[in-house]
Design a protein around this ligand. Structure first.
Ligand SMILES: Nc1nc2c(ncn2[C@@H]2O[C@H](COP(=O)(O)OP(=O)(O)OP(=O)(O)O)[C@@H](O)[C@H]2O)c(=O)[nH]1
Ligand SMILES: [Mg+2]
Length: 445
């Protein structure tokens, strides 16, 4: 089967095209203001995922986008002509546009403009399945739209103010409508925030239940389409949906994972992207908490793409992890799609990322080694614990046995005294049963 550099097969692309057939086609001309280069492949991929056809692209090299029109005046003329020639009916911009830039660009080129954030929000809206996911997307979309309404409103306000004296009759007729819309949007935003807060607390309950199982938690994080869901399936035998499209997974799913008989919990969640709209990071806070909470983060990256592209993806994920407060969590770099790279690239990867581990979630290559690395990283944190489990907590003993392997147990009058070595995170969760702190006992035996 032929694959392109994204490891995508021709067949799966054909599938996507078949699915799109029958839908009214938007024909987009992609534009971007970049310091250098002209790679808009990701924007094209986003549009493909959103079901929009791409008819061409135009890049202007500038250090910063034009503050009023995004592109400079000369370039705007060129884009207008190109759009007419290619029969584009929409302009797609690779950055989030300020409300003003969006408005001006539309009127200069005479076509509707969609920016990167709107495209990503649209994809999220199409992929959200669960009730939570839908709420989160709606919130992000409303916030995006509210900012644009405000832009329009200030614009009209300025028109009104230009009349002789402000007062009754100077307010544009559109303004009151917009104020109403804004008020409705704000009310809806507050309602959504309240609902999401409930979701968050019920998630916290679920998490607390899982924590009662005291299992070490691992989260998959990575750029969208890196293969996170494929890896979850390969490691746990789960059947989480996998598709060659961006942002296929929006809802977290957690599965039990066993490595050499020891149990862990593995969570797959929403993918990251460069310039991830902050509205989404905000709205998906509850979902992303699964990542923040993990004892170990597997940072998965598609290693089959060129080095610079891979670096950009690694950096994008790092910055989102920082932003959500997971920057300091222990991390393991997993270089996926090893089946799609040649020996030379493999060697380059080994030199550039000595700590990384090459795997293929598709063929299973490297998964055993990955399992060993996961185990090792937990083993490095092993701490001695000396616990007294009251008889009423007898069920925990079995859990502890699973996580710890060797346990010394003695029955006493108050309960079962247990000594053994467990990963630091597990030790913390059992701290309240501690007879003596593991640290006093001496680490690293
Ligand atoms: N060649 C190759 N393709 C892979 C591998 N792992 C995943 N893929 C493909 O990459 C695409 C994306 O895989 P997913 O598992 O859906 O990726 P994801 O990271 O969960 O993506 P999102 O949920 O969209 O963030 C699919 O077409 C997979 O078949 C791999 O090891 N090798
Ligand atoms: Mg996925």
């Amino acid at each position: 089967m032929q694959r392109d550099r994204h490891g995508r097969s021709n067949e799966s692309r054909a599938d996507a095209d078949v699915q799109l057939a029958g839908r009214p086609r938007q024909r987009a001309l992609c534009v971007a203001a970049l310091p250098d280069g002209d790679d808009l492949s990701e924007l094209r991929e986003l549009l493909r995922t959103a079901g929009v056809a791409v008819v061409g692209q135009s890049v202007q090299h500038r250090d910063q986008p034009h503050p009023n029109t995004y592109l400079g005046p000369g370039k705007l003329e060129e884009v207008k002509a190109l759009a007419a020639e290619l029969e584009a009916n929409v302009i797609a911009c690779d950055d989030e546009l300020s409300p003003r830039q969006g408005r001006n660009l539309e009127s200069e080129v005479g076509l509707p403009v969609i920016d990167r954030t709107a495209i990503i929000l649209d994809i999220f809206a199409g992929h959200a399945n669960s009730a939570d996911g839908k709420l989160q997307v709606e919130l992000a979309q409303l916030e995006y739209n509210l900012a644009r309404m405000r832009g329009l409103w200030t614009h009209l306000e300025r028109l009104g103010a230009s009349a002789s004296a402000p007062g009754i009759g100077t307010r544009g007729p559109g303004e009151t409508q917009i104020e109403t819309d804004r008020r409705l949007a704000r009310n809806r935003i507050s309602a959504l925030r309240r609902k999401l807060a409930q979701v968050k607390s019920s998630r916290a309950v679920m998490r607390a239940e899982r924590e009662r199982a005291h299992l070490p938690k691992i989260a998959l994080a990575g750029y969208t389409n890196a293969g996170k869901s494929t890896l979850l399936n390969a490691l746990t035998g789960a059947t989480v949906g996998v598709r060659d499209r961006l942002f296929h997974t929006l809802d977290p799913s957690t599965r039990a994972l066993r490595l050499n008989g020891r149990p862990y919990l593995l969570t797959d969640t929403v993918g990251f992207i460069r310039k991830l709209p902050h509205q989404l990071v905000d709205a998906f806070g509850a979902t992303l908490e699964e990542t923040i909470d993990a004892d170990l983060i597997l940072h998965l990256v598609d290693a089959s793409v060129p080095e610079e592209e891979m670096d950009a993806m690694l950096r994008a994920v790092d910055s989102v992890l920082d932003e959500i407060g997971a920057g300091e969590r222990p991390r393991l770099l997993v270089l996926n799609k090893g089946d799609a790279i040649d020996d030379e690239r493999r060697e380059d990867l080994r030199l550039a990322h000595p700590d990384g581990i090459v795997v293929s979630a598709l063929t299973g290559e490297g998964l055993e080694a990955l399992g060993d690395r996961i185990e090792r990283s937990f083993r490095q944190t092993l701490r001695s614990v000396d616990l007294l489990l009251p008889f009423a907590e007898g069920g925990r003993l079995a859990e502890l046995h699973e996580v710890a392997g060797d346990l010394q147990r003695t029955d006493t009058a108050e309960g079962v005294r247990v000594r053994g070595r467990v990963p630091a995170t597990v030790a913390e969760r059992y701290a309240r049963f501690a007879v003596r702190n593991g640290d006093e006992d001496g680490r690293g035996v």
